[in-house]
Design a protein around this ligand. Structure first.
Ligand SMILES: Nc1ncnc2c1ncn2[C@@H]1O[C@H](COP(=O)(O)OP(=O)(O)OP(=O)(O)O)[C@@H](O)[C@H]1O
Ligand SMILES: [Mg+2]
Length: 510
C-alpha cells in the first residue's frame, strides 16, 4: 500500500513563447484521507499546479504518482479514470441542462449497453443528493441555482465519478458564511470516508478551520508544507508574502464632511411583469460625496437586483434615480458609463471582462475615444496606459495576453484598476475582494478609502459583513427587496455586527 494518495515531484510549468515560469520544481504529497490547503498570493501558480494534476495542461517537467504508480495525465478524462476530480475556480455547468444531466454528462448510465437510462441517472443523482444533504433537486435546471447550489452540482460530478482525490479551487470565494459551513461539513465527511482533498483558499481562518496541512506557494515555488496545528494565521501569511506583516492603522473616518448628494434613489421599484412581489420595493436613499455607503443583506433579498439597477442592466419599473440633479433612470449600461459610472461587478468574469479579448482591450472598455488619434487607435498609448495600470496595481502577468491567461485574482485586479481609474461622481463595488489574496484585498480597501477622501461616493455591496463593518461609514440593510434599516457611525464591533445581522434576518426594527 502506498503511503500517499498522490505525489507530485519537481513539477515545472513554462507558459508560452515568453517562457513564463508558473511552476518551478514543485514537489507536493497528499496523504490518504487528509485535507490539504494550498495557499499563496494571486498569480503564485496554484491553479496551474492543479490544472496539471487534472490533465488540463501538461507539465514542462516533473512526475506524478497516483497511489504509488507513475501516471501521465493527458486529459481530464484520464484524470477521472485515475480517481481525480476538480471543482474549478469558475464553474463549468451548462445552465440549460438539469442537475442530473450536468452530473452524468460524459458517462451517462445506459441500458442494453447503448440507450441513455434517464431514470437510472436521476435515481443515482438523487441518492447522492440525499446522502450529502444537499439542497438541490435532480431535475432543476442548473441555470436556476444559486452559486452555492451550483457548487454542490460540481461536487456531485466528482462523487458520481467516484473521485478519491478531490481538488477544489477557491470553493469558498463566492459562498456566504452559512454555505461555507455546509461545504466544510461535506468535505470533512468525505475525508473521513477516505478521500484526499486539496483546497485552494485565500482565507487564513478557513485554512486553520478545515485543513490537516497547509502548503504555501510563492512566485511559482513551493515555500513549505506545515502541519496546520503547528502554525497560526500570521505564520501562513508570512510564508505567503515572504516578509513581515505591516501593521496598519485603522482607516480614519472621512475628513470630508458628507454633504453633496452624488446619487439618489427615489421610491425605486423593480418588478417582473406578471409577478406580484416586487424585487425592489420603494427603495429610497442618497449616497453622499465623501462617504462609503455599505449595503448589507442575505442573498435573495434584493442586493443582486440593486447591483443590476446600478449597473444599468435592469430597468426601473417606477421611481427615479438622480446623479446630482440629473435624472439617469432611463440610461442603460452604456449610457451610464458615458455618464461616468464606474462599476466593479460581482460577476467579474461574465460582466466585467471580455475573456477572449486582450488585456489592453479590456482596459479600454468605456474609454476607447481617449486613445484614438486622427481616426486610428494609438496602440502605443494603449500599451503605455496598460503598463501604468499594471505597475500601479501590482498585476502579475504578460500584458499582451488574452485576459483569460491571467490568474483569477489578476483578472480581478485588471477590472478594478480600470474602474477605479474611470471614476467620476460615484463608484460601485460589488464583492470587491472575492478571489483576492489578503494583500490585494487590503489594497482594494485602501483604494476605497482614498476615493472617499477625494470626494467620491463609494457604494459597497458585500455579503461579507466584516468587510462592510471595517470599511463603510453608514450601512443600509436590505430585507425582502426593501431597506429594512439604516445604521450610522459604523464601528467594527461585535454589537454592531449582531445588530446588523439581526436586521438582515428581518428581526428588529428601526
Ligand atoms: N494560459 C496561460 N498562458 C500564459 N500565462 C499563464 C496562463 N495561465 C496562467 N498564466 C500565468 O501563470 C501565473 C500563475 O497563474 P495561476 O492561475 O496558477 O495563479 P494562482 O496562484 O491560481 O492565482 P490566483 O490566486 O489569482 O487564482 C500567472 O502569472 C498567470 O498570468
Ligand atoms: Mg487561481
Amino acid at each position: 500500500m502506498a503511503e500517499y494518495a498522490l505525489e507530485m515531484r519537481e513539477i515545472t510549468k513554462v507558459y508560452g513563447a515568453d517562457k513564463y515560469l508558473a511552476n518551478n520544481r514543485v514537489s507536493l504529497n497528499l496523504r490518504k484521507g487528509e485535507i490539504l490547503c494550498l495557499a499563496g498570493e494571486n498569480g503564485a501558480g496554484k491553479t496551474t499546479l492543479m490544472k496539471i494534476l487534472y490533465g488540463l495542461t501538461s507539465p514542462t517537467g516533473g512526475t506524478i504518482l497516483i497511489g504509488g504508480k507513475p501516471a501521465v495525465i493527458g486529459s481530464p478524462r484520464i484524470a477521472n479514470t485515475l480517481g481525480i476530480g476538480m471543482v474549478h475556480q469558475h464553474f463549468m455547468l451548462f445552465p440549460e441542462f438539469t442537475v442530473t444531466q450536468n452530473v452524468v454528462m460524459g458517462i451517462e448510465p445506459v441500458t442494453w449497453g447503448i440507450v441513455y437510462d434517464f431514470r437510472k441517472a436521476k435515481a443515482m443523482v438523487s441518492d447522492l443528493i440525499k446522502t450529502h444533504n444537499f439542497s438541490i433537486k435532480a431535475d432543476a435546471p442548473a441555470g436556476s441555482l444559486t452559486v452555492g447550489q451550483m457548487q454542490q452540482v460540481e461536487i456531485l460530478k466528482m462523487l458520481y465519478r467516484n473521485a478519491q482525490i478531490l481538488i477544489l479551487d477557491e470553493p469558498t470565494a463566492v459562498l456566504t458564511e452559512q454555505e461555507t459551513a455546509g461545504l466544510f461539513r461535506t468535505l470533512k465527511t468525505l475525508a473521513a470516508a477516505g478521500a484526499s482533498l486539496i483546497l485552494i483558499t485565500h482565507k487564513l481562518a478557513e485554512i486553520k478551520e478545515i485543513s490537516d496541512r497547509v502548503a504555501v506557494m510563492r512566485q511559482g515555488e513551493l515555500i513549505g508544507i506545515k502541519e496546520t496545528k503547528d502554525v497560526d494565521e500570521y505564520d501562513i501569511f508570512r510564508m505567503m508574502i515572504g516578509r513581515e506583516l505591516d501593521v496598519r492603522d485603522k482607516p480614519k473616518k472621512s475628513k470630508y464632511e458628507p454633504c453633496k448628494p452624488a446619487l439618489t434613489f427615489e421610491q425605486v421599484v423593480v418588478k417582473h411583469p406578471g409577478q406580484d412581489q416586487p424585487l425592489l420595493n420603494k427603495v429610497s436613499f442618497t449616497a453622499y460625496q465623501g462617504e462609503i455607503l455599505g449595503f448589507a443583506g442575505v442573498g435573495g433579498n434584493g442586493l443582486e437586483v440593486l447591483e443590476a439597477v446600478l449597473g444599468g442592466l435592469v430597468p426601473v419599473t417606477s421611481g427615479r434615480i438622480l446623479c446630482g440633479d440629473e435624472d439617469i433612470s432611463g440610461l442603460d449600461a452604456r449610457g451610464l458609463r458615458r455618464r461616468g459610472l464606474a462599476y466593479v461587478p460581482a460577476d467579474r468574469l461574465g460582466l466585467g471582462s471580455a475573456l477572449a479579448a486582450s488585456i489592453p482591450e479590456n482596459i479600454m472598455v468605456g474609454r476607447r475615444n481617449e486613445f484614438v488619434r486622427g481616426g486610428f487607435l494609438d496602440l502605443k498609448a494603449v500599451s503605455r496606459f496598460s503598463r501604468i495600470l499594471f505597475e500601479r496595481y501590482g498585476i502579475a502577468g504578460n500584458k499582451g495576453l488574452q485576459i483569460q491567461a491571467l490568474s483569477g485574482g489578476n483578472i480581478q485586479k485588471v477590472i478594478l484598476a480600470r474602474e477605479i481609474d474611470l471614476f467620476r461622481d460615484y463608484i460601485v463595488f460589488s464583492e470587491p475582494t472575492w478571489g483576492l489574496d489578503v494583500a490585494a484585498g487590503q489594497y482594494v480597501y485602501d483604494q476605497m478609502i482614498s476615493l472617499r477622501e477625494k470626494g467620491a461616493a463609494v457604494i459597497l455591496i458585500s455579503s461579507n459583513l466584516d468587510e462592510i463593518l471595517a470599511n463603510a461609514d453608514r450601512v443600509l440593510v436590505f430585507y425582502r427587496g426593501a431597506i429594512a434599516a439604516e445604521v450610522q457611525d459604523i464601528q467594527p464591533t461585535v454589537q454592531m455586527k449582531e445588530q446588523i445581522g439581526a436586521y438582515m434576518l428581518g428581526l428588529g426594527k428601526e
